[in-house]
Design a protein around this ligand. Structure first.
Ligand code: PLP
Length: 391
């Protein structure tokens, strides 16, 4: 067809907020000036609101994995024992990082598509009372599931260990009460809910985590947590910051303040619910089993006989839209739609209508409109709820 707009429907990078793109153009600003310091410290203050924590916050010029590495290198020493909850590719990244820094790694693994149950972590903590840390994902973007980090936080808080949460897709798509739940380190990245390109990572750090940092002996320098946390309120980044991205982030955080952080979370969760109901109405199977489905991203199994790559390719070829395939051994099995950040129902209605066309073209029997209707029903239901039962 003729005019086609390119669209990202992936769980990172996600669609960009237009006003943030404009703000990033004003990047000919020196970072040791009063204007820039105000922007930097303002971003840190707004991140406190967005994350909902009083803990110190570090901001790094890196993708999300940089802050994950900062947690491992600042908080642990070679030989320290950690439990890693691994239920997908990002859990496996924790394992690789912990091993790269010579931690003794106990892996609490679950099959792809399942969540680690809090009771399983509890048993593991009892079996290993000498554990110094627990590493987990709030949402495992590779499979579309969430972990119950609230329950996990309660368990870990009762021990000497710290809980390190990769919430790179969890922030802005799920409720995380960082301080009440005892989440010691919570990590985010710019290209997920924060609607700007990749290149900024941030994390909150509790006092308990800082006490551990004081005795940890793994080497770190560029990614030093304390230096970054102390720099934030003064607006004096330890090194040259990613200024252009920071100006974009300032704009996004202003937008989220206006919208409300809980509204942003509800938005993602509502789109996720509508996507699940549409997929099921179309006879498709969700990949999340025995699991809490994520608000950030939904993973759907390709129907029998189809490679999910065919669906991914059709989105690109027909509609200039990028959706995510499975990663690793899930490649070819599942396809994923994102909901976190700057997505709305307009995007979703189109995505599902296109899915119906794509499945039809790939030879499936499609009852046209059934998927879209399911999404419309969720929209109307939410509208009714928001208006106190009145449409
Ligand atoms: C995107 C993502 C990451 C970070 O990946 P980067 O490529 O380093 O930004 C880590 N964990 C999860 C759960 C993610 O979704």
């Amino acid at each position: 067809m003729y005019v086609r707009k390119s669209r990202l429907l992936t769980p990172g990078p996600t669609p960009l907020l237009p006003s943030a793109v404009r703000a990033m153009g004003a990047a000919d600003l020196h970072h040791r000036t009063a204007e820039f310091r105000a922007a930097y410290s303002g971003v840190i203050a707004d991140l406190h609101y967005f994350m909902g924590t009083e803990n110190g916050i570090a901001l790094f010029a890196s993708s999300g994995s940089g802050a994950m590495e900062a947690a491992v290198s600042n908080l642990f020493s070679p030989g320290d024992k950690v439990i890693v909850c691994a239920a997908g590719k990002f859990g496996e990244r924790w394992v690789q990082m912990a091993q790269a820094f010579n931690l003794e790694t106990v892996v609490l693994a679950k099959p792809y598509g399942e969540s680690v149950l809090p009771a399983e972590l509890e048993a593991m903590l009892r079996q290993h009372p000498d554990v110094q840390g627990v590493l987990v994902q709030a949402t495992e973007s590779s499979t579309g599931i969430s972990h119950d980090v609230q329950s996990m936080g309660r368990m870990v808080a009762a021990t000497d260990a710290i809980l390190v949460v990769d919430a790179i897709t969890g922030l802005g798509s799920s409720i995380l009460e960082i301080d009440q739940w005892g989440l010691d380190v919570v990590i985010g990245g710019s290209q997920k809910s924060l609607m700007i390109p990749p290149g900024l990572a941030y994390c909150s750090v509790s006092e308990k985590a800082f006490r551990r940092a004081e005795i940890a002996t793994n080497p770190n320098f560029y990614f030093n947590l304390r230096k970054h946390v102390e720099a934030g309120p003064k607006g004096d980044s330890p090194w040259t910051p990613a200024s252009s991205l920071l100006l974009g982030m300032a704009e996004v955080l202003r937008y989220i303040r206006e919208l409300g952080r809980d509204q942003l979370i509800r938005n993602a969760q509502l789109l996720a619910r509508a996507t699940r109901e549409s997929a099921q109405a179309l006879g498709l199977e969700l990949f999340a089993r025995n699991a809490i489905p994520a608000g950030a991203v939904t993973a759907i199994l390709a129907p029998d006989g189809l490679d999910s790559g065919q669906i991914v390719r059709a989105y690109k070829d027909r509609f200039e839209a990028v959706i995510a395939n499975g990663q690793g051994s899930m490649k070819g099995q599942i396809f994923r739609f994102a909901h976190l950040g700057y997505f709305d129902f307009h995007d979703l209605f189109a995505t599902i209508a296109e899915l119906e066309i794509i499945l039809h073209e790939l030879g499936r029997n499609v009852d046209f409109g059934v998927g879209v209707q399911a999404a419309q029903a969720v929209y109307l239901d939410a509208l009714g709820a928001a208006n106190g039962g009145q449409r």
